[in-house]
Design a protein around this ligand. Structure first.
Ligand code: GLV
Ligand code: MN
Ligand code: MN
Length: 373
């Protein structure tokens, strides 16, 4: 993160932007740099990524924001632009996503700052470790912005199937995340009979299969258990504890909430039948968020004016835009993802699509200027 901050900050500074890192570790560059009373458009995405990730999820949108400032050159607009590189969108380390954008939206609370990673370090301690002050986090908040624009790879196959370079995001699907812990009893793998074992991992495994079958039976529902930790984790000891993450998504909040209830009930039933204890700790309950109609209409006009065919898509992936949308109008532009591949090293983007996104982005800034002047 320090390396990417140094590289992007150097680029922003060369463009005459004023650059800082806020207390949540978000990189923020403002153009023009001179203190000004003019209102601000935010353009951003995230700089963190998942384990063994691709090179574009998140960071592309930050780079494109800076590139737009560069392309603007000396052209004057009746607003300033703040490019934001969010610090933690994926939630990999603390199990809670959107920490960076929640700081801008002003929705970070004590609970979140106290949340711990697997080594026991809290969010507040991690912020201090980075040389920042978690007590100053409220200063990261943005009070009065015109809106928020995010450019991002689609991370799915829809645009490629349409043979389309760009997509206008209509809404971002809601997510439930939780940590689920099965606790049983450790024992000797060689001497403990199969009957009467309280094997936490076997219970979790039964539940994982049930969750997959459940989601397969509901149109549009996705449920993913992708991280399990087993204790004591030795080949000849029955598992005493199994901690698993679950991530449940659907465009309809009601369907998602029902699914979460069912999957929790299934975990409870399996645990009780197997003599295990079960704990379901909520990590996120984020509703589906629609993008702002007026800002999105400007983005649509910008895409059409740039000569790229207009396509509207819903986002199954989460984005900082869904957090920013609670505070200000938000709009999103997707770039096609070759093969629909993301959260994978083969993730990519096509140069001509990047050019199309920049052309549309410049037109968007003109559209916005037209509405403000
Ligand atoms: C972000 O990549 C997400 O989990 O949707
Ligand atoms: Mn991601
Ligand atoms: Mn992303």
């Amino acid at each position: 993160m320090r390396d990417v901050h140094a590289r992007l900050a150097a680029w922003m500074t060369r463009l005459g932007m004023s650059v800082r890192v806020d207390a949540a570790g978000n990189l923020r560059g403002v153009h023009p740099a001179a203190p000004s009373t003019v209102r601000r458009l935010l353009i951003g995405s995230h700089l963190d990524t998942v384990a063994r990730a691709g090179a574009f999820d998140g960071v592309l949108g930050v780079v494109l924001g800076i590139a737009l400032v560069q392309l603007l050159g000396r052209r004057q607009h009746p607003f300033s632009i703040e490019v934001v590189g969010f610090s933690d969108e994926e939630g990999v380390r603390f199990g809670v996503p959107f920490i960076g954008s929640r700081a801008l939206a002003g929705t970070i609370d004590r609970d979140l700052l106290e949340r711990r990673d697997t080594s026991g370090r809290s969010v507040a301690e991690a912020i201090r470790d980075y040389g920042l002050d978690p007590d100053a986090i409220s200063e990261a908040r943005v009070a009065d912005a015109i809106g928020y624009l995010e450019l991002h790879i689609e991370q799915g196959p829809v645009l490629e199937r349409l043979n389309a370079a760009l997509g206008i995001v209509t809404a971002i699907a809601g997510q439930t995340r939780a940590q689920v812990t099965f606790t049983g009893m450790a024992g000797h793998a060689g001497t403990t009979p199969m009957r009467g074992r309280r094997d936490a991992l076997a219970g979790a495994a039964e539940w994982i299969g049930a969750v997959e079958r459940d989601a397969q039976g509901v149109t549009g529902l996705v449920a993913t258990i992708a991280h399990v930790e087993v204790e004591p984790g030795a080949g000849n000891v029955i598992a005493r504890r199994c901690r698993a993450t679950i991530d449940i998504r659907h465009a309809d909040d009601g369907v998602r909430a029902d699914a979460a209830r069912r999957m929790a009930a299934t975990a409870k039933e399996i645990a009780s039948r197997r003599g295990l204890d079960i704990e379901w700790e909520p990590r996120l309950d984020q509703g589906t968020v629609a993008m702002d109609p007026a800002l999105t209409a400007m983005l649509e006009r910008a895409v059409v004016r740039s000569g790229t065919p207009l396509h509207r898509v819903a986002s199954g992936a989460g984005h900082d835009a869904m957090i920013m949308a609670a505070r200000m109008p938000a709009a999103m532009l997707f770039l096609r993802s070759p093969g629909g591949i993301s959260h994978h090293p083969d993730e990519s983007v096509m140069e001509e699509d990047v050019a199309a996104a920049l052309a549309a982005g410049l037109n968007f800034l003109d559209e916005l200027a037209g509405t403000l002047s």
